[in-house]
Design a protein around this ligand. Sequence first.
Ligand code: CP
Length: 336
Amino acid sequence: MPPHPTGRPLFQVTVVNQQLDEKGRLKHFLTIENLSRSLLIKVLDGAERFAPVGERAVKNVPLLRGKTVVNLFFEPSTRTRTTFELAAKRLSADIINLNIEASATTKGESLLDTLRTLEAMQCDMFVVRHQNSGAAAFIADQVAPHISVINAGDGRHAHPTQAMLDMFTIRRVKQRFEGLVVAIVGDIAHSRVARSEIQALNTLGVSEIRVVGPKTLIPTQIEALNTRVFHQMDAGIAGADVVIMLRLQHERMQSALLPSAQEYFQAYGLTERRLKLAAQDAIVMHPGPINRGVEIDSAVADGPQSAILHQVTHGIAVRMAIMSMVIGAQAMAGGG
Ligand code: CP
């Protein structure tokens, strides 16, 4: 899998409905791009039905009993890997977490050989996080027809399940998408979350999407995606209903794009004072992991307007919904 070349225009890894079967059912979940509003609403409604499972004494349903899910995480993760594991367990699937650092990958086994090996163990679903943009789509192309692939974050390209749990969180609090002003703040350039969120917010029909950050962290073509660009934080969040803060992704930066963390916080950090500029009932979101004192002040991260931990909880129900949808398409196609 070649790395996503730097300096190329963004959003170039286009998956044209590779993720839908011939009947329009979700076979893989690789990107929000090209998914219809009705399909996104179906995911959100499915998650609403699964959310109460987590409140029960017995936190599982038998929907994926007998199915085997493999978590294939080539990059670190706390929230995504764990909530996929919990989601699979709550659906009664068997789940394997392949420890890449302790796997034969370290002995030189190729990605394709690893896939073939896992396929030979009769798996039904791969949940993939990879540092290269397009990796999940590549894997979906290579796997046997009965296997579904879910993208758990690929390079700078997409993090579609994170976007859907963020949409779920917004809908739960605001009850709607129409009329909302959503500001996404920080390292847009390296953020697969921002890319997937912008696609989802556009599809679901919010009124205004703002991207806020220094010139070095805002992709040049972003306005073509129906966004407004702000380089001043105060103006960018003024009146916003939802403020989504992003982590600085130093691991994807190829050169120093910023002054010090302190100066960044001065210019773009979300403080209690700044949050007062947003709508009075604005919510604050962050996909995590958060860097306190870099992009967000602790008083805001832990404050009454923060939805950050709700996002984590919602990740389980949203991933249950997506996993059951892709396995449902498999079953309809005779694979289950
Ligand atoms: N939001 C997110 O992807 O977090 P993790 O890296 O912990 O999975």
